[in-house]
Each structure stands twice: as C-alpha cells, then as structure tokens.
Write a protein that binds this ligand. Structure first.
Ligand code: UD1
Ligand code: CA
Length: 558
C-alpha cells in the first residue's frame, strides 16, 4: 500500500561526494545495487516521503547523477505513486521504455566542491527558498549511499521527531563492525537520571578516541531536522576535524549545546543502516538486497529452486507459478509472465516474457520480447529487437537481432537471424544465415508465412522470400523468391563412383589406421575426363573397380 507524502516535509538527498574509498572512476552513488544506481533508492524514498519537495545535492559527476535520476523517472513515472502500475494495466505486451518523458519533479542543488555533508545540506537551502512550496517546516536528510533503508523506518523516525518535539532526530544502528561510521556518543550510558543516556554528539571515525571507536551504535546518516533550526545551524559548522570537512553530524552537538531536544531511534534490523563506502560494503549490501528481493518473489508465488544463486534486479517483475532454476539472472526492467520456466545459467535483461514461456539452459536474452507459449534455448542468444511471436520456437545456438519470428515458426538449430521479418508457420532450417551486413550497411530479410528454408541456407539481404516458397538446403540466395516457388542456388552434385576405393588401393595410401592417406599427389586419383559428368546429366557411368567393370560390361553386352 502506498502512503501519501508527509505534509510540510522537505527531503534532502546528499549525493555529491566522489566516494574515494570505492577506488573507482565512477561516482559512488552511480554504482549499481540490484541493477539500479544506488542514489535512486534514496531519491525514490525521499519522493515517497516528501512528494515534490525533494532536493538532490549533486556535485562529483553531477550531470551523470542527474541523468540517472531522469532516466529512471522516464522509464518509471510515478503514477499515483505505484511503480509500474501502467505496465500491469496494459499487460505484458506493452513495453514500458517508450513513454513520453517528463522531467522529474525533483530539484537539483549543485555542490561544486565537496566540502562535507554539512556543506552539502547547505546547498539545498537556496533551492528550497526558490521552490514553489518554499522552505519546509521539517526536513528529512538522507545519505545517497544507504540503499537498504526502508520507508517504514523513516516514517517511524518522523513520527518520533514529532512526538518528542525534537530539533534533531537521528537514526542509529547497532553494528557488529562499526568501523568507518560516525559513532553515537551518549551521556552517562546506564545512568539513573532521566537525562542520562541521551545522545550528545556524533563523532566521526577518523576523529574518534580509542574509547569512542569501541562504540557499536552508529549514525546511519538519516536525520529529521526542524526547518528553521537546520538552515540557521548549518552556518555555524566549522571544518575543524581530521578531514577538514563541514560535518552535518555536528548539528547534534550544536542542538544539545542550545538545550534543544535530540532524539534517536535504532533500526529494527542492523542491515538497514548499512552504508556503502567500499566495494566490500557494496557487495554486502547487494547480497542483503538480493536476498530480500528473492524472498519477496517467493512470497508472491514464484518458485526459486536455489535463491542463493538467483539474481533478480530490483525493477524486475515475475508472474505467479513461474519457476527459476539455480544460477538464473534477471536484470534491468525484465518482466516475466505466469507459469514460465527459466533454466540454469540464463541471463535475461530488459526483456518481456509472456505466459508459459520456456527458456532452456544457458541463454542470453537482452531487450527481447517473447510472447506466450514460446520456447527458447538451450544456448540461444536473443539480442535487442528480437521478437518471438506466440508458440514460436528458437533452438540451440541460434542468434537473433532485430528480428521477428512469426507465430508458430521455428528456428531450431545453429542460425543467425538479423534484421529479419519472418512470418507465421515458417521453418528455418539448421545453419540458416541472414547475411544482413554488406560491410557498410545493414539490410533486411523478409520471409513470408509458411516458407520452408532448407538447412545451411544463406539469404543475402535485402531479400524477400514469398509466401509458401521452399528453399533447397545449402542455397545461397541473392534474389527474391516468388511465392510458392522452389529456389535452389547451389552447385550441382558430382558423384565419382569408386573414387574412394581407388584411393584406398593406391600403394602407400593406407595409414596405420587404414584411413589416413599419405603421399597422394593431386591428380593421382582423377578418373578420365568424360567421367566427371554427373549421372543426373545422363552421362555414361564412370569407371568403377576392375572386377565390377568386367561384371557390368558383361551385363551390358549380354
Ligand atoms: C557519514 C556520516 C557518518 C555516518 C555515515 C553513515 C558525516 C560527516 N558522517 O559518513 O556519521 O555514520 O555517513 O553511512 O556526515 N556527500 C555530499 N557532499 C560532500 C560529502 C558527502 O553530497 O561534500 C554525500 C555523499 O555522496 C554520500 C553522503 O553524503 O552520499 C555521505 O557521505 P560519505 O562521505 O559517504 O560519509 P561517511 O564518511 O560515510
Ligand atoms: Ca557513507
């Protein structure tokens, strides 16, 4: 169920840092978690909490971060807040990527120099001042690198902030390994006074004393802050610390100093507070999220033969009673219907599968569409623009690109079908190749309904094969084929009776195994000229072995 945004709430997502500890050319917040740039988790959460009052602070690779947010929004406009509902209404045949894209209702603040989280939050002030909604009464501030954070938890945090009438309310987590995080320092923990155990400040990891470093309660980087207090106190921050940065976390001590209330709440599950600073943390968060996603689909009626090795991206949708075998990867915006079967070692990315689709082992399927009751694989490669119409079948070692295989048609073995439109009830023989590329440009192959393409056929595009035509196996077609015609385009066969036997009889021809031929010279086995002619052409029989010759002659003469 989707809840409506909180009235009077503004949200700030901090996503400007480079993420040095990732040791990457890519800004940290653009690294993907379960297939989505990490920043999108925070942005989307912010949107659900604050509606149109969201400011994302960007800086390092800011253009790319902004583009990632826009791309996500374009692919997935928030229709009444329910992600992907439009898709479900239209059914699986309507792909979602071509929607008219409106700019997201998200405001961007630039932080050209990354001087710390306090400095980042400060950049949002001017944007809120200019915003239609104006400054907010309360702000929720989110780090861009904490994708496991849930909406329910942050809503609890906001409620706590309100009931406690706090100036600052922060989310904490109790981590077994708190290294790298800001530690939550409380006054006289375990003391008897009512004011004992209150949060008094946050100390960052590089600034922590040995005793503080022992604390396991960490700051998650999620804050609810009173509006007027926030933008006033941010001006008071000073970069006097180990990192010479403006720490947002210092607002806690500043509130305490003024006698204002600071509240704190711990996450129910420690995992929820995991932040990503390093590749190891990236892998850890990825693992947790994937487990959650698998659990969700199992709850929705999908069978996972081995959830531990099944990888399902966050935006994937799967219908009831579909079965996924071990080592299946479903990526991007893939949507799979009901009662499908996906066997091991198959990767399906950004593709649409109807109902009762069977994908055998070891297939790669990208930006393809498989309609109801289709079968693919094993070892099939469906590249962007492959469309498999109802009940059609694609077999092993078949590659397709920008190619449509019509209803009930089959391409069962060893083929390349590119830039092709293939009609209904067509049989594509083993080893068929659409020669779509002339070295400069791509050309189209059209194969109309009910055509039979014999094995090992090359179709040199552009070319059209008319309805009901038959292509003889081994043909290389350069010209269109009229409807219902037989096309044969190959050299005629030559049979040389006895040739093999004569070769075997040559002195020194037999190898150790009786098969290998050594020392043969070209021409040694060539029969007389006249005998080159095919029997089909009505030529005389070529000369067979001696005994047989005598016998034949006798017969003929007799
Ligand atoms: C921060 C907190 C720390 C907390 C941890 C939780 C501070 C000072 N420390 O530390 O107490 O335990 O998160 O994960 O806030 N960013 C900017 N501009 C900047 C610097 C950072 O936008 O100038 C953004 C980053 O892109 C990131 C977020 O702020 O999304 C947090 O920054 P990061 O450097 O990861 O902070 P931590 O050291 O993890
Ligand atoms: Ca961090």
């Amino acid at each position: 169920m989707t809840k409506s945004p909180v009235k009077g709430l503004g949200a700030i997502v901090m996503a400007a840092g480079p993420g040095k500890r990732m040791r990457s050319k890519l800004a940290k917040v653009l690294h993907r978690v379960a297939g989505r740039p990490m920043v999108l988790y925070a942005v989307e959460l912010a949107e659900r909490l604050a509606g149109e009052g969201v400011v994302v602070v960007v800086g390092y690779q800011g253009k790319q971060v902004k583009a990632a947010i826009e791309a996500d929004y374009a692919a997935n406009p928030r229709l009444g807040g329910d992600r992907g509902s439009a898709h479900r209404e239209k059914g699986l045949t309507a792909h979602v990527t071509n929607r008219a894209s409106q700019p997201p209702p998200i405001l961007i603040a630039e932080q050209p120099e990354q001087l710390g989280t306090g400095h980042a939050a400060m950049q949002a002030r001017a944007v809120f001042a200019r915003a239609r909604s104006g400054p907010a009464a309360t702000y929720v501030i989110l780090n861009g690198d904490t994708p496991l954070l849930t909406e329910a938890t942050v809503r609890d945090l906001i409620r706590l902030h309100e009931t406690e009438k706090a100036a600052v309310t922060l989310l904490t987590a109790n981590l077994r390994d708190p290294a790298g995080y800001g530690r939550v320092v409380r006054s006289r923990p375990g003391g008897k006074d009512e004011r004992d155990g209150q949060v008094i400040r946050i100390v960052e990891d590089p600034d922590a004393t040995a005793a503080e470093a022992e604390l396991h309660e960490v700051n998650v980087g999620t804050y609810v802050v009173d509006g007027p207090f926030l933008f006033e106190v941010l001006d008071k921050l000073r970069p006097q610390n180990a990192q010479k940065e403006y720490y947002l976390t210092d607002i806690v001590a500043l509130a305490v100093e003024r006698g204002l209330r600071v509240s704190a709440m711990a996450t129910r599950e420690a995992d929820e507070g995991l932040g990503i600073n390093t590749r190891r943390q990236l892998a850890e968060v990825e693992r947790v999220l994937r487990r959650q996603i698998c659990a969700r689909w199992m709850e929705n009626g999908v069978t996972l033969r081995d959830p531990a090795t099944t990888s399902i991206d966050a935006d994937v949708e799967i219908g009831q009673d579909t079965v996924l075998y071990p080592h299946v990867a479903l990526e991007g915006r893939t949507k799979i219907g009901e009662d499908c079967l996906v066997r091991s070692h198959t990767r399906i990315a950004d593709s649409l599968l109807g109902h009762r689709v069977v994908v055998q082992d070891s297939c790669v399927i990208r930006e393809a569409r498989l309609e109801d009751d289709t079968m693919v694989g094993p070892f099939a490669h469906l590249r962007p623009g492959a469309v498999i119409r109802r009940t059609a079948k694609v077999g092993n070692f078949v590659e397709m690109k920008k190619a449509e295989l019509g209803e009930g048609s089959k391409a069962n073995h060893l083929s390349y079908l590119g830039d092709a439109r293939i009609g209904k009830g067509v049989n594509i023989g083993a080893g068929t190749i659409t020669c779509n590329y002339d070295g400069t440009r791509k050309h189209e192959t059209v194969i109309e309904d009910e055509v039979f393409v014999g094995s090992d056929t090359q179709l040199i595009a552009p070319i059209t094969v008319g309805r009901g035509a038959v292509i003889a196996a081994g043909s290389t077609l350069t010209d269109d084929v009229p409807a219902d015609a037989l096309a044969i385009a190959r050299a005629e066969q030559v049979n040389r009776p006895g040739w093999a036997a004569r070769r075997r009889a040559l002195p020194g021809a037999e190898g150790r195994d009786g098969l290998r031929v050594t020392g043969l010279r070209a021409g040694a086995l060539r029969p007389a000229k006249a005998r080159h002619v095919s029997q089909k052409a009505g030529a005389p029989m070529p000369k067979p072995r001696k005994a047989a010759v005598a016998k034949k002659r006798a017969g003929r003469e007799g």
